[in-house]
Design a protein around this ligand. Structure first.
Ligand SMILES: Nc1ncnc2c1ncn2[C@@H]1O[C@H](COP(=O)(O)OP(=O)(O)OP(=O)(O)O)[C@@H](O)[C@H]1O
Length: 376
């Protein structure tokens, strides 16, 4: 468990934040440029000292007002935007440097780090011969081998091109699924946050505007995130069946089962789905003649027009009882008015399965089961 509060002045900037984060999983600090995200991470690492603060990490007090544990006495791993590897050392020597800096008891071994980040093949290379994504993986490995109690990542992907970013994201997802360690992740790219974070701390002008579970905050009608053009719901579920012939997987989510393209791993694998609001349409009943595979019973929670007034954003709860996962739909205000839906209405949400392609994320493995093995 992490409990953080930092208040004070940095030049002409006022920082006044307080938030909590669980002792495991990824908490994203998200907000516009200059809102104070890096300053919070620096306070957590002890690099910036604000006398009005308190920091507790898994039962250890690292700051209590002016009593501040210096950075070198904190078991913190820090990964920066640009991987700062030692140029004169090989990859393996860089990793060994991390091990020498180990503060706390052994939590993660070299073999596990190397396996998780896929860096064995890079071992003997000089760091100058690495791509941006490879450098960042080595930097993360070095940080992990210092046996941190807490891993801080400040925009670790923002210096990478889109392809390298896509390459490295699955490694970060694996870290998230495997490590028993809290990760504080700073980003101003919501798509990274949607893929990696469990919790969100939304910052604005040096303050915490809101904090809570990711899926809830992404869909909170009182927050500005609801108005973004690429609005999407993030839903966690479990693979229950795979149909290799059609290349489809069935994912059980709270309140329903969603069919998704791709063989998304053996039954039991946890997956995260990102479902764009623009790919969800609404109807009174299940469509008869359509190519749409997913027609899910749901209940309308509420609806609000977008700022320009042409679109309506609808929040839905999946399932016949209307208590399942939160789904979002963005429809034209004209069709919303024409259909005359209202909060509390039971409707059918239609999702285009292709809209979900490749957006799962692996977790624990479980024995393989095919769709054909699942009883009707
Ligand atoms: N040591 C300092 N002295 C003076 N001003 C500072 C100091 N540290 C941070 N600031 C100011 O605090 C504000 C917040 O900076 P910070 O880097 O924390 O924001 P950020 O949200 O991480 O921004 P970005 O997303 O652009 O990296 C900025 O206006 C910055 O200039």
């Amino acid at each position: 468990m992490i409990s953080a509060r930092f208040a004070g002045r940095l030049g002409s900037f006022d920082l006044d934040v307080a938030f909590e984060a669980p002792g495991r999983g990824v908490t994203a600090l998200f907000g516009p440029s200059g809102c104070g995200k890096t300053s919070v991470l620096r306070c957590m690492a002890g690099l910036t000292r604000l006398p009005g603060g308190r920091l507790e990490v898994n039962g250890q007090i690292w700051q209590e007002g002016r009593k501040i544990t210096p950075p070198h006495r904190r078991a913190v791993g820090y990964v920066f935007q640009e991987a700062s590897l030692f140029a004169h050392l090989s990859v393996r020597e860089n990793l060994r440097y991390g091990m020498k800096r180990a503060r706390g008891p052994l939590r993660i071994g070299e073999a596990e780090v190397v396996g998780l980040l896929g860096i064995e093949a890079l071992f003997s290379r000089p760091t100058a011969a690495l791509s941006g994504g490879e450098r960042q993986r080595v930097a993360i490995g070095r940080a992990l081998l210092s046996q941190p109690e807490l891993l801080l990542m400040d925009e670790p992907l923002s210096a990478l091109d889109r392809i390298s970013r896509e390459e490295i994201l699955p490694y970060l997802e694996r870290l998230h699924a495997t490590l028993e360690m809290p990760i504080l992740f700073v980003s101003h790219d919501i798509s990274e946050v949607e893929r990696l974070a469990d919790r969100l701390v939304l910052m604005e002008a040096g303050k915490v505007r809101a904090e809570g579970p990711l899926a809830q905050l992404l869909a909170d009608p009182s927050l500005p995130l609801i108005h973004r053009p690429d609005l999407a719901a993030v839903i966690e579920g479990e693979v229950i069946a795979v149909d290799p012939a059609y290349g489809l997987s069935e994912i059980a989510v709270p309140g329903g089962v969603i069919t998704v393209p791709g063989a998304l791993g053996p039954a039991g694998t946890r997956r995260r789905l990102r479902i764009p609001a623009s790919d969800v349409s609404l109807g009174r009943r299940a469509p008869l003649d359509t190519t749409i595979l997913n027609a899910l019973p749901a209940t309308i929670l509420d609806a609000a027009p977008d700022p320009d007034g042409h679109l309506t954003t609808v929040r839905l709860a999946l399932g016949p009882a209307g208590n399942g996962a939160l789904l979002l739909s963005r429809v034209s205000r004209k069709s919303w008015d024409r259909l005359g839906f209202a909060p509390g209405d039971r409707i059918v949400a239609r999702l285009k399965a292709t809209a979900l392609a490749g957006r799962g994320r692996p977790a624990e493995t479980a024995p393989e089961r095919k769709m054909t093995d699942v009883p009707d």
